[in-house]
Design a protein around this ligand. Sequence first.
Ligand code: XMP
Length: 503
Amino acid sequence: MVVVLDFGSQYTRLIARRLRELRAFSLILPGTAPLEEVLKHRPQALILSGGPKSVFEEDAPRPDPRLFAQGLPILGICYGMQLLAQAFGGKVERAGRAEYGKALLTRYSGPLFQSLKGEVQVWMSHSDAVTELPPGWRVAAETEENPVAAIEAEGAPLFGVQFHPEVAHTPKGLQILENFLEVAGVSRDWTPEHVLENLLKEVRERVGSERVLLAVSGGVDSSTLALLLARAGVDHLAVFVDHGLLRLGEREEVEGALRALGVNLLVVEAKDHFLKALKGVEDPEAKRQVIGRAFVEVFSQVARERGPFHFLAQGTLYPDVIESAGGHGAAKIKSHHNVGGLPEDLAFELLEPFRLLFKDEVRELALLLGLPDTIRLRHPFPGPGLAVRILGEVTEEGLAVLRKADDIFINLLKEWGLYEKVAQALAVLTPLRSVGVAGDERRYGHVLALRAVTTEDFMTADWARLPLEFLDEAARRITRRVPEIGRVVYDITSKPPATIEWE
Ligand code: XMP
């Protein structure tokens, strides 16, 4: 396993993900974690991430110096390389100017670059540079601008790269990371089969003969979790609350898939309860709160009626764990309501089997557990469902219109082979109405907005460059089949400044 020490780079998570793609287990710890905490995980190698500070600043975060004396293989990336160079007696200085963006390695050699051929493009983002190597180290790569783009120690598995091998703009970066794992002798046993086996064992041991309650939303995480519990053979009840804010055919699809795979599923029909609670509510945050509260009410009632349950299982993923542990104090943009705020008399022990997994790893597990692709490869869908895609008050009529339009858009994306090329696609029903003409008649229909985005992590996103012919077909089909819609527009705003959802 590899410990990635985080010094605050926006790419740290990506480093851990890339290592897992290479089937090496990896965990992220704070950069300043003491030696004992790092060694507890029995790492076979360390990676020092990049970071926004300069190594010569007083308050720059530094690793525990004892880590350098363990004989562990280390790769330092960007700021991490500078920390490494400094720790072994080299010199780091502010470069004349920042190097930012794509660069080409003009020369490269050594174990890190093993089997690389031809042009090697790398992504640079730094303003400090290593100006003097530690004694006994050599330069392993350079760019036009930077004579010290990568360094290595002679006779010890210590490496530094000034560029970012983990990002997509370094196309051969994965090979560079793989070379490091090879040199470091890191085990590559983090396969989906291995992960599944461990999880089944962990769940069986922890749960024993206790009962587990969980909420399924129809998304990949909670569906996979339900399947895991079913496969583990533990006593469970999966509750699917149909809040009436779902997409066309979604409930039937989830029911069919999970029941067939042995999940003990209870579907609660709660449409009227939610629509009543949402009546007259227009503000986006108020909607989320109303839905969150209604969910807790319905779910608690089931828990009481069908209980007692010792465990509450949740599909918490590693990025959520890192975020809450890191406590970066990001501003609250939207409150995300899933299962939270349960009443005090319902005390459960939490079971979070996916807390060390990334989303793509859950998808791999889902494949092993037999979840159909329609659910497994589905885009994320917000907990409050279509309610945040109808601007203003949520009504039954609005839901019916949006459901049809959304279904046409999503199916068309699939027909054109575009669904899997975008990270999320949605339709938004606006209260705006505009004049149109159909035959000889004047029409006064709603404006529907289509949105599709590409993104790695949903924190930032770019609008998807869908082909114009596709958009043309989407607008025609929607206005033809959904007469309540008079105009279709495509959202070309990135995040930031916009968010992915409109509310
Ligand atoms: P935004 O709109 O904040 O969305 O850019 C980022 C991702 O989060 C989803 N989203 C939600 N998910 N409850 C959820 O479970 C919510 O209230 C919620 N609001 C947004 C959104 O669909 C996107 O994937």
